[in-house]
Ligand binder design. Structure first.
Ligand SMILES: *Cc1c(COP(=O)(O)O)cnc(C)c1O
Length: 376
């Protein structure tokens, strides 16, 4: 048996939806874009949605729409995917990292205020692995210090925090639709906001800085080609119709994992704050107990690979990526909770259609491999 880290779920209905749009003349900026955006605004309980060609593009357009620029600082987490910090660098602003909470791995609100300076313009928090960050606390801090609040909800479509949807917090939020996400359109992302100004600016900058009437050779500001085709949007519409089913199926896989893994005393399962969170699972990430280190963890990943099971260290923290080390001289230990956690986490195979047999296969092999490495 071979078990991949992730696998998109594309149905015959999805394929038909894509085929159908290919028989029309509207392959970009057509009716599928409008329909996809209106569904996304609803999923995130927002007024506006602007669909683009990636989650990274969506983050970039939010940074630009807020006017964050050279010399500004944005508070964010080092325990994330590189894009949530790179979008700040795109505009030559500085990411100011704040360490995470040891249970949920989300940014620790208690550490934020001491990192605020007179250059701070925004807080960019991430809903890590699908679990919303502490939005009540983050909103209060942002309000008190007059900062913009940005939600990277790329991993949390459909999740809820205190009964409110992921993507509904902050001045603007994003979802991402890469093939490993809960919903995929191949490549794509979306900006979600209630702010008319962010909406208008994002829409213009996605489309080469064209004016509101989208006249083709009239450009009122610096823009990009961040458009997403109607082919992708048709797939997105078809996938979004199954969002509730997808969340339920992934929840079932996570439950099977949690039950099986309780037998392995060396593993700390994902912690979900049940009184605030309703989970839309993005990935299933376990942590090895303290006696293990990154070398042993990597050995476990390698040995699982030899047995046909694909796993990954996740996240590999942003501040220790080579070009961040070169630019900012970060080192191990700068963010002790992030460094401790990221040395010991393993992302296990996880996807909507994963079977009980596949989970069993992963868990029994994981058990054996951990035992081998412990003896090592
Ligand atoms: C997936 C993801 C993104 C967006 O990624 P793209 O590949 O550009 O769509 C952004 N932030 C986080 C935390 C993500 O997991």
């Amino acid at each position: 048996m071979k078990v991949p880290l992730s696998r998109p779920w594309v149905t015959e209905d999805d394929i038909e939806a894509v085929e159908e749009v290919l028989r029309t003349p509207n392959l970009s900026l057509g009716p599928k874009l409008v329909e996809f955006e209106s569904m996304l605004a609803q999923v995130a309980q927002r007024k506006y949605a602007v669909a683009v060609n990636s989650g990274t593009s969506a983050l970039h357009l939010i940074i630009r729409s807020l006017g964050i620029k050279d010399g500004d600082e944005v508070i964010t987490t080092p325990f994330s995917f590189i894009a949530s910090s790179n979008c700040i660098l795109f505009e030559r602003a500085t990411p100011m990292f704040v360490d995470i909470k040891p249970d949920t791995y989300n940014i620790n609100p208690a550490l934020i205020e001491k990192s605020i300076t007179d250059k701070t313009k925004a807080i960019l928090a991430v809903d890590v692995f699908g679990q919303p960050a502490d939005w009540d606390k983050l909103t209060a801090i942002a309000k008190k210090h007059n900062l913009y609040l940005i939600e990277d909800s790329a991993e949390s479509i459909g999740s809820e925090y205190k009964g409110r949807k992921a993507g509904s917090f902050g001045d603007a939020a994003i979802f991402g639709f890469y093939p490993n996400k809960q919903i995929t359109i191949g490549e794509g992302g979306v900006i979600l906001t209630d702010d008319e100004n962010i909406y208008k600016l994002s829409k213009s900058m996605r489309n080469q800085g064209r004016g509101e009437d989208e006249e083709w050779l009239y450009h009122v500001r610096l823009g990009y080609n961040y458009r997403v085709s109607d082919i992708n949007c048709a797939l997105g519409i078809s996938q979004l119709k199954r969002l509730d089913e997808i969340i339920e199926m992934r929840g079932r896989v996570a439950n099977i994992y949690s039950q099986k893994l309780s037998e392995i005393k060396e593993l700390i399962p994902p912690y979900i704050s049940l009184d605030t969170t309703r989970m839309s699972w993005f990935v299933y990430v376990v942590r090895l107990s303290e006696e293990f280190d990154a070398i042993k963890r990597d050995l476990i990943i390698q040995k699982l690979g030899e047995r046909g099971i694909q796993t990954r260290e996740y996240f590999s923290p942003i501040h220790l990526q080579p070009f961040y080390v070169e630019k900012f001289h970060f080192k191990q230990g700068d963010y002790p909770v992030t460094d401790f956690v990221s040395d010991r986490t393993i992302s296990l195979p996880f996807y909507t259609t994963m079977s009980k047999e596949e989970v069993d296969f992963v868990v029994s092999n994981l058990k054996e491999v951990i035992y081998e490495v412990e003896k090592f």
